[in-house]
Design a protein around this ligand. Structure first.
Ligand SMILES: *[C@@H]1O[C@H](CO)[C@@H](O)[C@H](O)[C@H]1NC(C)=O
Ligand SMILES: *[C@@H]1O[C@H](CO)[C@@H](O)[C@H](O)[C@H]1NC(C)=O
Ligand SMILES: *[C@@H]1O[C@H](CO)[C@@H](O)[C@H](O)[C@H]1NC(C)=O
Ligand SMILES: *[C@@H]1O[C@H](CO)[C@@H](O)[C@H](O)[C@H]1NC(C)=O
Ligand SMILES: *[C@@H]1O[C@H](CO)[C@@H](O)[C@H](O)[C@H]1NC(C)=O
Length: 297
């Protein structure tokens, strides 16, 4: 048992990464890799994952360390030191063998140039991502939040203009480091294809004579003016016998219902872009008193 535990500890490669390291290098499996210590010191010493003994396949010379025949035990955290002073750290990995889709999916709640992307990856990986914006400039790397193989990050493109037609797609580049390997993936999309509005807000139900009058407002995140950023609304209401009925409204933020109704909810869609409906608003109960008054008629 003890022997087994010892073996596992010795074979464990680097400590699991908890954040994207500021500096990393990617080498080919079984290839040689030169790691340079960024310092003006003429002589440095090296540690790998905190271990001072350089392995036989490491050749230290001046400010460089050559890793001969990079293999999995040789990946990890290489630090160079002047005595006890840490000078520089480089995380060494091998290039990833897997390039399969990471199921990247992005969603914007509006045409304001901000959106959120999520993707899958190895459980042990850390990711960062950056955007090539609509004006062609390159954004900063954004660290991704993630747990258990699911990652996500939020982006903003300050150069995005909601009134102009998008002529070229935004480009998203993802870089990931698992304990041992480097993953690189990029994807591109138009904001108009990833917009999914928030639900409409302030849905109110009022009795007016024999009819129910419904009114609502567009989602707070939706841009103005309404004439330019139109929305198609979808109302769902439930009859006393449980049957659910759908009604569409375009170009207005109110409507009437003739039928007796238990409750109602609403969602919306950009009629000119990606045909994805917003989430539903919460159900709005039609006041019991109104129900009685309706029945009395
Ligand atoms: C080397 O260190 C200097 C000073 O800290 C820094 O400005 C520079 O960007 C570093 N170069 C690399 C390649 O890390
Ligand atoms: C690498 O090792 C150095 C020195 O021990 C430490 O400061 C740094 O946090 C380590 N980095 C990673 C990513 O483990
Ligand atoms: C990607 O998504 C598809 C369909 O949603 C699913 O079948 C597939 O397993 C996913 N792949 C990964 C690596 O999660
Ligand atoms: C990652 O991919 C991008 C484009 O897909 C490429 O330009 C870049 O060189 C790659 N980075 C590395 C370290 O391989
Ligand atoms: C529920 O009521 C509506 C209107 O009163 C009626 O058209 C419909 O057939 C009813 N559905 C069921 C399942 O009874």
């Amino acid at each position: 048992m003890l022997v087994l535990v010892g073996l596992v500890l010795c074979l464990a490669p680097a400590d699991a990464l908890t954040a994207f390291p500021p500096k990393f290098q990617v080498g080919k499996l079984n290839g040689d890799l030169v790691v340079k210590c960024n310092t003006s010191e003429q002589q440095v010493t090296w540690t790998q994952n905190g271990e001072p003994e350089p392995m036989a396949e490491l050749v230290a010379e001046g400010q460089t360390l050559t890793i001969l025949g990079l293999d999995l035990p040789a990946v990890g955290n290489y630090s160079c030191w002047a005595g006890t002073v840490l000078l520089d750290t480089t995380y060494v990995v091998v290039s990833g063998t897997r390039e399969e889709g990471m199921n990247v999916s992005c969603q914007a709640e509006s045409y304001r140039g901000s959106f959120r992307c999520s993707w899958t990856g190895p459980r042990s990986a850390v990711f960062h991502a950056r955007l090539t914006r609509s004006d062609g400039s390159l954004g900063e790397w954004v660290p991704a939040a993630g747990c258990c193989g699911q990652f996500s990050a939020s982006f903003a493109d300050p150069s995005f203009c909601p009134f102009a037609e998008e002529l070229r797609p935004l480009q998203l580049q993802l870089e990931g480091l698992s304990d041992t390997s480097y993953l690189n993936f990029s994807t591109h999309f138009f904001v108009r294809d990833i917009v999914r509005p928030d639900p409409p807000q302030e849905l109110t139900v009022q009795q007016r004579g024999e009819q129910l009058h419904l009114a609502w407002a567009p989602p707070a995140s939706w841009p103005l003016p309404k004439s330019y950023f139109a929305l198609l609304y979808r109302l769902q209401y439930e009859l006393p016998n449980g049957t659910q009925v759908v009604k569409y409204v375009e170009g207005a933020e109110e409507t009437q219902l003739q039928e007796r109704t238990r409750r109602v909810r609403i969602s919306c869609q950009d009629p000119y872009a990606n045909p994805t409906w917003s989430p539903w608003s919460t159900w709005q109960d039609v006041n019991a008193a109104q129900q009685r008054r309706l029945r009395a008629h």
